[in-house]
Ligand binder design. Structure first.
Ligand code: SF4
Ligand code: SF4
Length: 190
């Protein structure tokens, strides 16, 4: 069964970015009743709060300006086409559940297909992107700002891992046609 579980879970991490988005949309449609689970919705609100705090801090650090300048230079910024591979269907699903509009732009061979005119379309980014602090940021920021950045990113990551676990459990259970109702039972400690 462990092997079947591994294969089942692996399907959410395979494929091209557009395929992962298609899988995430299908899962989103299948999981609409999660909105009736107070426990799951609480967890979702928690990551929304953490993500908003992180984004507010990044704005206060003026990282948008730094990244815009970087992206306009030859060679561009770090949101390359290759980096789009760091997404997975569960991370995209979390963003859909948060109400984000997720679009995979046609692959131009340069930029990440999830990079739009307003920047990354994900409030909750792939883990690699979330943890990525380039030398420009490390040189630009004050130590205290960096400390806060790491702390807030860790809070998002921790909650992201928690929700990912809940979704894996939920999808496994539905895959096995379990009969227990959903509402209120998305306990991470189960
Ligand atoms: S994170 Fe760093 S490398 Fe990426 S766009 Fe911003 S400044 Fe450039
Ligand atoms: S931060 Fe967003 S736009 Fe940039 S590489 Fe990661 S997923 Fe793509």
């Amino acid at each position: 069964m462990a092997t079947q579980d591994t294969l089942f879970i692996q399907t959410f991490y395979d494929g091209e970015p557009g395929e992962k988005l298609a899988v995430a949309r299908r899962l989103f449609d299948e999981l609409t009743d999660l909105s009736t689970s107070p426990v799951f919705m609480d967890q979702l609100e928690e990551i929304r709060r953490h993500s908003q705090s992180l984004n507010a801090h990044m704005q206060a650090m003026d990282l948008g300006r730094l990244c815009s300048q970087c992206a306009s230079r030859p060679g561009g910024g770090c949101c390359s086409a290759f980096m789009a591979g760091n997404t997975d269907a569960i991370q995209v699903l979390i963003n859909l559940l948060l109400g984000a509009t997720v679009t995979a732009h046609p692959d131009n061979g340069e930029n990440c297909c999830f990079l739009g005119p307003q920047g990354c379309c994900f409030p909750v980014k792939p883990i690699f992107c979330l943890n990525y602090n380039c030398t420009h940021i490390l040189e630009f920021a004050e130590p205290e700002q960096l400390h806060t950045l790491y702390r807030l990113a860790a809070a998002v990551l921790s909650q992201q891992t928690r929700i990912e676990f809940l979704l894996h459990e939920e999808l496994r259970r539905r895959g096995r046609k379990a009969t227990r109702p959903l509402t209120g039972e998305c306990s991470p400690n189960r």
